[in-house]
Design a protein around this ligand. Sequence first.
Ligand code: NDP
Length: 478
Amino acid sequence: AQAEIGLIGLGVMGSNLALNIAEKGNTIAVFNRTVERTREFYEEAGDLKDRIIPCETIEEFVAAIKPPRPIIIMIKAGEAVDQQMEILKPHLEAHDIMIDAGNANFRDTMRRFDTLKDSGLTFIGMGVSGGEEGARHGPSIMVGGLEESWTRVEKVLTSIAARYEGDPCVAWLGENGAGHFVKTIHNGIEYADMQMIAEIYGILRDGLKMSATEIAEVFATWNKGRLNSFLIEISEIVLRAGDQLGSEPLVDVILDKAGQKGTGKWSVIEAQNMGVPATGIEAAVAARSLSSMKTEREAAEKILGLPDVPPLSIGDKAAFLADLENALLAAKIGAYAQGFAVMAAASREFGWNLPMPTIARIWRAGCIIRSQFLDEITKAFTESPDAANLIVTPAFAAMVKETDGPLRRVVSTAVLGGLPVPALASALGYFDSYRRARGTANMIQAQRDYFGAHGYDRTDGKDSHHGPWGSGLVAERS
Ligand code: NDP
């Protein structure tokens, strides 16, 4: 046995990850269910062949890896992983580590972790972000499992991870499902980020009637400022792309139906389970679902028409563009604050002790939501480890105060112009509700008590009460 590590699943992600591992000086054994794919992969590996051991049987594969064997499983998420684990299990020895690197639901990861508990084998649930490019040249890696399993794989994973100013974007985040949970919330935040960008794009396209190329210019400028990030960068790139089949910008001929594979939805479900508001992610998931109802929307536009409103009134264009930039920043702060709040609640619920500054740190490069902004989050959580929410840390409180005005102006302009901005508006609603010490739920408590005798607490701290609701009106009593 000479391989440091093994990998099963030479699809898009697995093959790129394997090449990355070999390129960084590690010897790796690889296996794929369909043998032809293994041969093809090896043939295309070029200079890296020396450090790749292609295996056609599981026996050969397991024998090629140095014990205790870390084995990355990078295949289709779901049942395929359970099947693959069952196939692998009889060939392994105590202390070998199965590492599921796909987009698993963290509840499956917790179950798999428990299933292996008594077998002497261990399990790591590992979130990998950055798509194909990330896998090949440096992803962001979120590890969950026993600390001793992490120690065994730390060196290899550190060698392949993305780097932010030299700092590797990989960390052990806690036991069992911690890594996959954090990856799920990463994706949830990614949904929100993308939706908010799409809403701003909508204001520019439908409100200001700007062309794709003109909008690309706007994003290019923003990418040099505080919004600098991978998603803003690629927004510019996709807006500039021409259509090879016609003369239109490519984005203009792409159908407005967004797909989703589940991580956004899982983020929302888990947030709801724990009673943590994640309105930005909720708005983004709902917007994708609504986008996919293309036929219904077409029918509805025929019946209802577009909103009967005057054209968008923006005043000075340069000032409005500056407002849009700040509004996007404000909304982004809201979505990230919510994502981190969901992780804080999960950390308590599942006993993970999730390290918030570390999570922000390993998202600064490699992953889809990578940005400078995450460096600011790292600093904020390092300086204020006990902050109840990102937006009450000194740096982010200042940013909210500076940008919520522009967000308010942009949301109201869009609403008056009949343009949908559910994610941007959700951030504003979140800020406005979160910062208000006296809310309106006293009304809800009164109603609940009236019809269901649910009781209520009093503002003066006197004993909890039911009603009475029939003892005369205030107006009659005075
Ligand atoms: P691909 O569709 O490219 O590859 C799927 C792989 O899974 C193939 O190697 C296939 O083998 C294998 N496979 C499927 N079913 C089984 C099974 N029952 N038993 C054994 N092997 C099986 O997928 P990706 O590489 O895109 O995705 C892999 C994982 O990574 C998924 O969990 C995905 O969600 C996650 N991921 C993907 C990202 C992306 O950008 N694509 C980003 C981050 C995570 P065969 O050749 O025999 O069919």
